[in-house]
Design a protein around this ligand. Structure first.
Ligand code: UDX
Length: 445
């Protein structure tokens, strides 16, 4: 919404949320305090806020005034009832649709921005048409393909913008209207229009294909470790095949983030619902591989540290699910920490953008142990040198660029010997670290 506001000064964009604290942060006089860290975002908010970009808790007034409403509420994986652990929880979407139906007094276009299972638009349409005040609603699907950490860049120069709508004249008119907004900065050949269902399913499909690549290369990383091959070399060799391509081939401690796991589970659930068990099992394997990769990394640490990490200090460099974001949802770091805490290790975290409360909240969410027990095992530091001091080992969980710039000799001197580095992101210069004296282990070599 900030990008739309920046690129279309003639359009008023109002972002509403019931959560007063969150909206207050988006309105913070110091733009660096906005709740999401994303390179370039603060400057854009600063430029547009108060001009044509507004953050407010006046949800009903905003609905009433809007011609176009983007539904961008979260759709977490269900934690109860049928589809538990797999299906998307659509309760926020439904509440949102009902509120729009109740408040709207004139015709509106409703855009699904949240990632949704295929055919959700039908449910939204049904609610709007049957509970409203006779007002006409057009439903569009406009899934978001931005990746965190590069969100601003991805939105400014998208590979494509996807808009799904009804084949009827009114549906096509609505598509045109949304397309005209994007045309303010995206060239026409990159704006793709489809029917509603193709658009909804394309989003899940794109994420499933990307996650599948990470799980495929991670599966090869384990084989590389057993055979003496090096996964970076293998990735480079296959990535140069233009049919395969170089992206999403970095072997890692496992993918994280709010989308991949959730969307694949969603796909698995939809496939099962239609009785397509082989299809469901096929995609579920991507998740199984990812869980295995996280667990395998924790096991590797324990086994290298002479099969015991009890009371040993292990420094974590990075907690976010990838660099250039403060988002920690489904981060591999959480699961690796959890496994190591089961072995009674003491974890000392340094992440340039993640705060201690978030780290503790992530661990508590797993419900493996009580908050006070977690507190005993996890500490966090505001600089890497204190996090690594007196540690037995360092584990790299996020690929923050700054990790390469540290004074690694100083870190080595402050640690217990032998000092280990487990590079879960294949980020650091292993040769340099080995020369200093570290025992260095990367993923897949
Ligand atoms: C993803 C999709 O890319 C985006 O299009 C969609 O809209 C939302 O989900 P995001 O979750 O922000 O975006 O992150 P992404 O860059 O795709 O990475 C996901 C995870 O895979 C991260 O944990 C990342 O570190 C990991 N990954 C990615 C690897 O381990 N290796 C790779 O080669 C690429």
């Amino acid at each position: 919404m900030a990008i739309i506001a920046q690129k279309c000064p003639h359009i008023t964009v109002t972002v509403v949320d019931l959560n007063e604290k969150r909206i207050a942060k988006w309105n913070d006089a110091d733009v660096n305090n906005i709740p999401i860290y994303e390179p370039g975002l603060a400057a854009i908010v600063k430029e547009a806020r108060g001009r044509n970009l507004f953050f407010s808790t006046e949800v009903e007034a905003a609905i009433d005034e809007a011609e176009l409403i983007f539904i961008s509420v979260n759709t977490p994986t269900k934690t109860y009832g049928s589809g538990k652990g797999m299906a998307s929880d659509l309760k926020y979407i439904e509440l949102c649709a009902r509120q729009i139906a109740r408040v709207a007094k004139n015709d509106k276009i409703i855009v699904e921005k949240s990632t949704l299972p295929v055919r959700t638009a039908e449910a939204i349409k049904n609610i709007l048409e049957n509970t409203g005040n006779g007002v006409q609603f057009r439903i569009l699907s406009n899934p978001e393909f931005l990746a965190e950490g590069t969100a601003v860049e991805d939105l400014l120069n998208p590979d494509r913008v996807l808009i799904g709508g009804d084949p009827t004249a009114q549906g096509q008119e609505a598509i045109q209207l949304l397309s005209d907004i994007y045309s303010n900065w995206v060239s026409k050949d990159r704006i793709l229009t489809t029917n509603l269902w193709s658009s909804e399913l394309s989003k899940l499909t794109a994420n499933a294909f990307l996650a599948q690549r990470v799980s495929s290369i991670n599966a090869m990383s384990e084989l590389c470790e057993k055979t003496g091959a090096n996964v970076n070399e293998v990735a480079k060799a296959i990535g140069m095949d233009s049919r395969i391509g170089p992206k999403f081939l970095n072997a890692s401690v496992g993918f994280g983030g709010s989308c991949f796991q959730k969307d694949i589970l969603n796909l698995v659930y939809i496939a099962k619902t239609f009785g397509l068990n082989e299809v469901a099992d096929y995609w579920e394997q991507v998740i199984i591989m990812n869980d295995h990769q996280k667990r395998r990394f924790a096991k590797k640490i324990v086994s290298a540290l002479y099969n015991t990490v009890t009371d040993k200090k292990i420094a974590f460099l990075g907690w976010a699910f990838k660099k250039d974001t403060n988002d920690t949802r489904e981060s591999a770091a959480i699961y690796v920490a959890d496994d190591l805490i089961f072995e009674q290790a003491k974890i000392a975290v340094y992440d340039p953008k993640v705060k201690h409360e978030q780290i503790l909240e992530d661990l508590n969410y797993l419900e493996s142990r009580t908050e006070s027990q977690n507190n005993k095992y996890i500490a966090s530091f505001d600089n890497p040198y204190d996090a690594c001091k007196d540690a037995h080992a360092i584990a790299v969980l996020t690929e923050w660029d700054e990790f390469n710039d540290y004074d690694w000799k100083k870190i080595y001197d402050s640690m217990l010997k032998p000092a280990f580095v487990f590079d879960g992101r294949n980020l650091l210069d292993g040769r340099k670290l080995t020369e200093i004296g570290f025992q260095y282990q990367a993923i897949g070599s």
